[in-house]
Every structure is written in C-alpha cells, then in structure tokens.
Design a protein around this ligand. Structure first.
Ligand code: SAM
Length: 286
C-alpha cells in the first residue's frame, strides 16, 4: 500500500465504567475520519460523553462481509478508521477479525489502541493462576454440545475462562460442576459497574449459589475455572497410556508400543513393560 493509505485503529472502549477510556483512545476517536461500530446508537452515548462528534458507520457480525470492500477502499484512499465494539476490545468475541485480516493482507496499517476487556479484567482480580490461561468464548447453548465441549477442555492446565450471560449462568455452572468436578472457580459479574461481584468457591458450591440467587443471574459475567493442575509429567503419562490402549485394541502389542513411542516421544521399553503389566493384570482379573 502507498504512504498515503489510512490506518485502521482497533480501539478498546469501556465495558461499564465510562472512566475506563485511555487518553490515547480519546485522541484517536476524535481524530479519525470514520468510526466503525456495532451499534451506532450505543456508541453515540459514549462519544457524546467524550464530547466527540464523529462520523459513524455500522459494522457488525451480520454486515461484516458486505462492509468489507467499502472500509478497505476508504483505508486505501487514505482515510483513517477506528474500529470499536459495544464494549471492551474489538475482536475479543466481537466483530473485526475479517476486517483486520483483510487489511493486513493488503499491507494496510493496523494499530491496536489497548484498553479494557472482560477476560483480562476478570483474570486480573480473580485470584486464580494467571500465568497460563485459555479463553474459550461463549459455551455452546445446547446442554449436550456444552458438556462435550467441556469434556474436551478438561485436561487444559491453564485457567479456563469463558463468557456467559446471566440468564444462562446457572445451567452452565451446573454442567461445569458435573464435567470438571470440584475445582476452584470464580464468577466475575458486572465488571467495572455498580453491582460488580466476584464469587469464588469450588464449582459445585458456585453452581448452587448462583442457582439459588436470582440476583447472580443478572447482567454479564465471566466464568474462570482453575486448570487441570496435575504435573505435566502425570498428564503426559496418562496421554501415552490412552494412546497405547487405543492402538493395542487394533494392533499387536509390540507394534502398538512402537507407534505410541513415535507419536508421544515416550520411552519404548518403559511403555512395553507397562503394557505387559497392564495386560497381565487384566488377564488375572478375568
Ligand atoms: N469485546 C468484549 C471484551 O473485550 O470483553 C466482549 C464482548 S462479548 C460479545 C460480551 C460478553 O463479555 C458478555 O456476555 C460477558 O460475558 C462479557 N462481558 C462484557 N462486559 C462485561 C462486564 N462488564 N462484566 C462481566 N462480563 C462482561
């Protein structure tokens, strides 16, 4: 792209408390030629509060593809555009990925203007391990799909973080308790707002607490769950045993062991000894 191309600014905005806007975000929002936002009425309230009279264009999940050529064309012409969402950081479970990717593919400049996001805000004050975490967006809505999805996350060692609406919180927490068991968890609700609440307990207690208290089912929330804290070595051993068991159902033991060692990098002799012990124990109990 030419020197004259505009910049796409990805600007984080408050998710409750209007004071949570950075000086840099205010400057960029005031200076750009156009602000692409999810809901123009919603964003006008924020911009009005900031004293910014900007041109707004609606850009949301249902018109992303349609708006793309127009926004890319404006950037190529040299217009500076700010992308904002209704709350928090764009692209974090909000529209924008398609636009940012397309802009980058065309060599257009994309600049992040960092600020609030519910995921980092909740993690920063939850008191759960924060050096490693996995953000998984919204859980599937159907119960069966949700439980399968949770089972696939059960061995994740980092803190698991998901978004949820208040009205689905009790059902999701109940499934979390069933699938993941009594792990420590935190529900962070209405962050930065008047009724901000952090509830911390093990999952079954948290599920019961939210189910019995209608107030805890209001508003927006983030659920954080301690990861599978078993040591990596223990998890790796279990992984190897699972692979070996599956392969040994289909192949001669030696071959199953050789393949398991290749797939997992495990020690072939140790795996073979363990497999023989397991097979002997199995035949003893028959
Ligand atoms: N882009 C946003 C961000 O950076 O966090 C997330 C948008 S996503 C569509 C909306 C979800 O984020 C809500 O359903 C809720 O789970 C979470 N969320 C947003 N604001 C929140 C708040 N003030 N307190 C707790 N959770 C919030």
């Amino acid at each position: 792209m030419t020197e004259k191309s505009g910049v796409l600014y990805v600007v984080a905005t408050p998710m409750g408390n209007l004071g949570d806007i950075t000086h840099r975000a205010c400057r960029v929002l005031a200076d750009v030629d156009l602000i692409a936002c999810e809901d123009t009425r919603h964003s006008r309230v924020l911009l009005g509060h900031l004293g910014i009279d900007a041109s707004l264009i609606s850009y949301h999940e249902h018109n992303e593809a349609q708006m793309l050529p127009r926004l890319l064309g404006l950037l190529a012409e040299g217009k500076h555009i700010a992308l904002i969402s209704d709350a928090g950081t764009p692209l974090i479970n909000d529209p924008g990925y398609v636009l940012v990717r397309a802009a980058r593919e065309r060599g257009l400049a994309v600049a992040p203007i960092p600020g609030p996001s519910a995921v980092t805000c909740a993690l920063s004050a939850a008191g759960l391990p924060s050096d490693r975490f996995l953000f998984v967006g919204f859980p599937p809505r159907g119960e069966q799909a949700r439980r399968t999805w949770l089972a696939s996350l059960a061995r994740e060692p980092g803190t698991l973080i998901c978004y949820e609406s208040g009205r689905r919180a009790a059902a999701t927490l109940s499934d979390l308790a069933d699938v993941l068991g009594p792990r420590r968890a935190v529900v962070a609700r209405e962050l930065t707002k008047r009724f901000e609440t952090f509830l911390a307990a093990d999952l079954p207690a948290l599920a019961a607490r939210v189910a019995e208290d209608a107030e805890q089912q209001l508003g927006e929330l983030v659920i954080l769950i301690e990861g599978d804290l078993r040591a990596d070595a223990e998890r790796d051993d279990e992984h190897q045993r699972t692979i070996l068991r599956i392969l040994a159902e289909e192949l001669p033991l030696k071959q199953a062991v050789a393949l398991t060692a290749r797939i997992t990098g495990g020690n072939r002799n140790r795996l073979y000894k363990e497999a023989l012990t397991a097979r002997d124990a199995g035949s003893d109990s028959e």
